[in-house]
Write a protein of this length. Structure first.
Length: 290
């Protein structure tokens, strides 16, 4: 069977992909809001181990159209290593239509533009990038590890390489104190990046994290549904990302939103206003989960 170390994390759109670990864990793994990969020590898997997993995938499945390269930071491996993996996939799965991976800002920025260009030529079609916030103060407080300018540069490098870019941001991450700044600055970075896909999650505590401890000890305010709706409305009112597919329909969200910017922005804003005036209800806490 294909080996997998620890808990499996993958984007919702990769539910039916063959998932193969290229790296174990996350190279940064110090964001205060995140409980992913905490049981893992980051490392790059040897090429022969990855090839064995791909061989097993070929044995198990007659047709593999999508492959997701895990864990949280597959791009952190050397370009030559990733290139060898992509060449092996092309040889073993000629029917594969899409290879994707998470890419932290740091793992993108250690690559040259020419290296990213090469990886796209070899079949890496899309990168999932966690933006989280466009506010430098929010990013500093949650120990993201990069500035907004660095995250923007990483996203633009991915697009310059010809890959699709799917990003996430987190409503409520700045707490009530920085809510407006978080919304406006996140809208600004997304407007400049213009990703193919934007996923807006809502901050949610499940397993123990430093930010969860701050909340329990009164140092962080976990925003209420009405506050999240107001913040999301501000973000949508300020964003200009023509053609970006916008989704806030994750299990963590209080109000499900979906549309394409800028075409559907007014309709999504209207839905938020209806939630704010009580015309429609917020999702119950019992149904919110990662």
């Amino acid at each position: 069977m294909i080996e997998y170390e620890g808990r499996v994390f993958r984007p919702p759109s990769e539910a039916y992909s063959l998932i193969v670990q290229v790296t174990i864990g996350c190279s940064h793994n110090r964001c205060t809001f995140c409980d992913m990969y905490k049981e893992k020590q980051f490392r790059v898997r040897p090429l022969d181990e990855i090839q064995r997993d791909l061989d097993e995938g070929r044995r198990l499945y007659r047709r593999v159209e999508r492959i997701f390269l895990a864990d949280g930071d597959a791009l952190m491996c050397r370009t030559e290593h990733m290139a060898a993996i992509l060449r092996y996939i092309r040889q073993l799965f000629p029917e594969c239509q899409r290879v994707t991976s998470y890419g932290s800002p740091g793992s993108i920025l250690v690559k040259t533009q020419q290296e990213l260009d090469l990886l796209h030529e070899l079949g890496l079609e899309m990168i999932y990038l966690g933006v989280e916030s466009g506010s430098d103060e929010v990013l500093r407080r949650v120990n993201k590890g990069e500035t907004a300018a660095e995250i923007l540069h990483a996203g633009l490098m991915v697009k310059q390489a010809g890959m699709k870019l799917s990003v996430t941001a987190i409503a409520g991450l700045g707490s009530l104190e920085l809510s407006e700044e978080h919304a406006i600055e996140t809208a600004a970075i997304l407007s400049r990046m213009k990703p193919d896909y934007i996923g807006l999650l809502t901050l949610l505590f499940e397993l123990e994290t430093p930010l969860m401890r701050d909340w329990r000890e009164g140092r962080f305010h976990l925003m209420e549904p009405i506050e999240i709706a107001q913040e999301t409305l501000v973000l949508l009112e300020h964003i200009d990302a023509e053609g970006s597919v916008f989704r806030a329909n994750h299990a963590s969200n209080y109000v499900d939103l979906r549309g394409t910017l800028n075409r559907d922005r007014a309709a999504m804003c209207q839905k938020l206003r209806r939630a704010l005036d009580g015309t429609i209800g917020f999702k119950s806490e019992a149904f919110r989960a990662r």
